[in-house]
Design a protein around this ligand. Structure first.
Ligand SMILES: C[S@@+](CC[C@H](N)C(=O)[O-])C[C@H]1O[C@@H](n2cnc3c(N)ncnc32)[C@H](O)[C@@H]1O
Length: 267
């Protein structure tokens, strides 16, 4: 049996490169059958883009990828015609990498929790002093908002993109109860936290819930902005009165199963 398309899509970069190469084959085929096309490089690039978009559709990539594939080749050709110095492209790439990190791996872009959602989150924190983690804290704006209203509590953020981390770190220096760390949140133990907050994407939610269940203490809460955990019923869904109609999905870590404990004791 052939490899399933979803295997390719687990590595989006591999999926994207495959679609582009298939588009290139498509354009080569057209250029061979109709040699006059070689006189019109932009048209040929358009054919390459169309081929890549069709390939991406068949590889079952999300629909917005098809648009990217369609315009990528022609944009490359037009960009090349601008004859900009090569360092500009390198600078653009570096800036994107420093702000967004390895989004091709994490599949989580940067967008920020708004003020109204921060207010709603504040109401979901325990009344007693608590320890809160923001997984992928971006510029740390949410943590600063929470820390301002809850000086009795401690707020930790982890961010892997260098520039975004530095931004959060510098802005947190006047907040003694905000702690920003650089790194991969998959490597952060979640045991100490009373509340773990995530605003990520649909991709990591299932695996993240497994990590939360393994590491978080019973009775503590995992709150996801916008992205529900598949097949898990939240204890509450809080609707925020903002323009994007944000939903906060609130999950509680269950007590260990009593039956399992009994049978373990008997063993
Ligand atoms: C959608 S933004 C949310 C930012 C912030 N939590 C907020 O709500 O305003 C997600 C952030 O997670 C970061 N991120 C994604 N995967 C990560 C990982 N494995 N480890 C650390 N940060 C990650 C991204 O760089 C991005 O800044």
């Amino acid at each position: 049996m052939s490899a399933s398309p979803s295997a390719l899509l687990r590595h989006p970069l591999a999926g994207a490169i495959s679609a582009q190469l298939l588009g290139l084959l498509f354009a080569l085929l057209f250029g061979t059958i109709i040699p006059e096309l070689r006189l019109y490089p932009l048209l040929l690039a358009g054919i390459q883009g169309a081929g890549a978009a069709i390939a991406s559709h068949h590889l079952k990539a999300p629909s917005w990828w098809q648009f990217i594939h369609l315009v990528f080749g022609p944009a490359l050709l037009l960009g090349n015609r601008l004859a900009l110095p090569p360092w500009i492209w390198l600078a653009g790439f570096s800036a994107l990498y420093l702000v967004f990190g390895r989004t091709d791996r994490s599949r989580v872009p940067l967008y920020l929790t708004n003020q109204l959602t921060g207010d709603a989150l504040l109401k979901l924190l325990p009344k007693d002093p608590c320890f809160v983690m923001d997984l992928g804290c971006g510029n740390g704006g949410l943590l600063r908002q929470l820390a301002r209203s809850r000086p009795d509590s401690e707020f930790v953020g982890v961010e892997h993109a260098l520039l975004t981390y530095l931004w959060a770190r510098v802005r947190a220096q006047y907040f003694p109860n905000v702690h920003i760390r650089r790194g991969d949140f998959w490597e952060q133990p979640l045991t100490p936290y009373d509340v773990v907050y995530a605003f990520l994407s649909p991709v990591p939610m299932g695996e993240l819930w497994e990590k939360a269940q393994r590491e978080m203490r019973p009775g503590t809460r995992f709150i996801s902005n916008s992205f529900a955990i598949p097949d898990v019923t939240p204890i509450a869904v809080v609707l925020v009165d903002d323009r994007r109609e944000t939903e906060l999905h609130v999950y509680q870590i269950a007590e260990p199963d009593a039956t399992v404990t009994t049978s373990n004791n008997e063993a």
